[in-house]
Design a protein around this ligand. Structure first.
Ligand code: EPU
Length: 417
């Protein structure tokens, strides 16, 4: 395991280009299972979660090849199984996204139930409810999810929480076949829009992606295309928040400005200067941030994946900030570690109350999940002295070349193997 040391209180300056979206890539790799022939994807980040998704599709016969550093070819012409190995599914919660396309293409799939992960319980009841409403048999038996049936009837599905994964799975399941599927209460995240537009470019008939009502009309088959993955808004937001927290001046390029609105608004409210130009954002901060009230809610709300990082930034803000987490039941695990750096945070249920301190002091901390690790990195960059982050390799799951990128904006990160 690598030991990562961060030397804090270096002002972040310079520019950084964001990579392609990890979560859009994962959904689009799942979508590639629906087509025979070679799909070419550009702007795919080389992060561990994407690699895990590729191993999952390879385990059932897909072929993939990195043509260039971020260019990937996937060929799912000859799949040989609809049963997914337990060991692979346990490594990536998003393995559940194989259900929709495999059932859509072959009428069946058996996959191990994803276990709890470091974000706590992550039920999949909405996915199963959606399949059942489409007249597809979906059951859990001996730790396996077993789904059988075809999309041949018209159906209307109402999701009572806008789950990203359930929305993606139900779209993926409805693309091939005869019926019309309407999903109401759908998640509106840009990654869903990106996946839908990939599918549409291959001949799928999908309307309403990005709104809460999505309509999919089944088609007999898709044709392979070349497609470019959208920029990673979580990586962009992470660098924006780090720059604001650090009295920095950083240009973050390769972004879609409208995806970053909730972050831009909150950083401005906290007193940072955020200048948007098409495809880039410059974040400058010359003084201590002001406290904020942040609610992590489904898109277009403030993203839960950035909740740990903005919390880290607010540990040294003037006055008291209140953070509420409305998406996950257990996303405050990193807070105990921030306290080790001197942060004053009280947690009650899904709310954290952060009393700003003058400065954080470097210490040893342990990361539990990718975004928690990013919060500890942000805090380490703010803290006086040296911070050792144990399990910092969790950042490799979601942040491409993070050591190089942080170093390129004057952050001092050293890895000792
Ligand atoms: N939920 C249910 N029942 C379901 C599905 C979800 O109760 O059937 C609950 C979950 O337990 C969770 C909440 O709804 O509390 C949100 O789950 P959702 O299905 O929306 O999330 P996901 O599809 O599992 C994706 C991202 C996550 C991101 C969430 C929320 C991917 C591969 N993952 O997960 O990203 O946090 O949406 O925006 O797209 C990350 O990138 O670090 C990450 C965890």
């Amino acid at each position: 395991m690598k030991r990562v040391y961060v030397n804090g209180e270096q002002i972040l300056k310079g520019s950084v280009k964001v990579s392609g979206s990890k979560n859009a890539s994962i959904a689009i790799i799942a979508a590639s299972l629906l087509v025979k022939g070679e799909v070419v994807l550009d702007n795919v980040p080389r992060v561990n979660d994407v690699q895990e998704m590729l191993e999952l599709v390879r385990s059932i016969g897909a072929k993939y090849d990195w043509i260039d550093i971020n260019q990937l070819a996937i060929d799912c012409s000859e799949l040989n199984s609809t049963t997914i190995d337990y060991k692979l599914t346990q490594r990536l919660h998003a393995s559940i996204l194989l259900l929709g396309p495999l059932v859509g293409r072959f009428g069946e799939c058996a996959i191990s139930l994803p276990g709890n992960d470091n974000l706590g319980p992550r039920p999949i009841d909405l996915h199963l409810k959606g399949f059942k409403l489409k007249g597809i048999h979906a059951d859990i038996s001996n730790g396996q999810i077993i789904v059988n049936g075809r999309t041949n009837q018209d159906s209307a599905i109402y999701l009572d929480f806008p789950s990203v994964g359930a929305t993606e799975n139900l779209i993926l399941n409805s693309v091939l076949g005869n019926g019309v599927t309407v999903i109401q209460g759908a998640a509106k995240d840009p990654e869903i829009v990106n996946m839908a537009s990939f599918l549409t470019s291959m001949g799928a008939k999908i309307s309403g992606a990005g709104t809460d009502t999505i309509k999919i009309k089944g088609v007999p088959q898709l044709k392979p295309v070349r497609y470019s993955i959208m920029p990673d808004r979580m990586e962009a937001g992470t660098f924006m928040i780090m720059a604001a927290a650090n009295r920095g001046d950083v240009i973050i390029s390769g972004v879609v400005n409208k995806h970053l609105k909730p972050v831009t608004a909150k950083l401005r409210e906290a007193g940072a200067e955020v200048d948007e130009v098409d495809g880039a954002v410059q974040v400058k901060s010359t003084q201590r941030l002001q406290s904020l009230i942040v609610k992590a809610t489904p898109y277009p709300g403030f993203p839960t994946d950035l909740q740990p990082i903005i919390s880290a930034a607010l540990t040294t803000a003037a006055n008291t900030s209140i953070i509420s987490e409305k998406v996950y039941k257990n996303r405050f695990q990193y807070i105990g570690e921030l306290r080790r750096l001197g942060a004053k945070i009280k947690v009650e249920g899904n709310t954290a109350v952060i009393t700003g301190v003058d400065r954080l002091l470097g210490s040893t901390v342990t990361a539990n999940d990718t975004r928690g690790a990013a919060a500890l990195l942000a805090a380490g960059l703010m803290a006086f002295g040296k911070t050792e982050i144990i399990n910092a390799e969790l950042l490799d799951n979601g942040y491409e070349n993070w050591v190089e990128k942080v170093s390129s904006i004057n952050g001092s990160v050293n890895i000792v193997n």
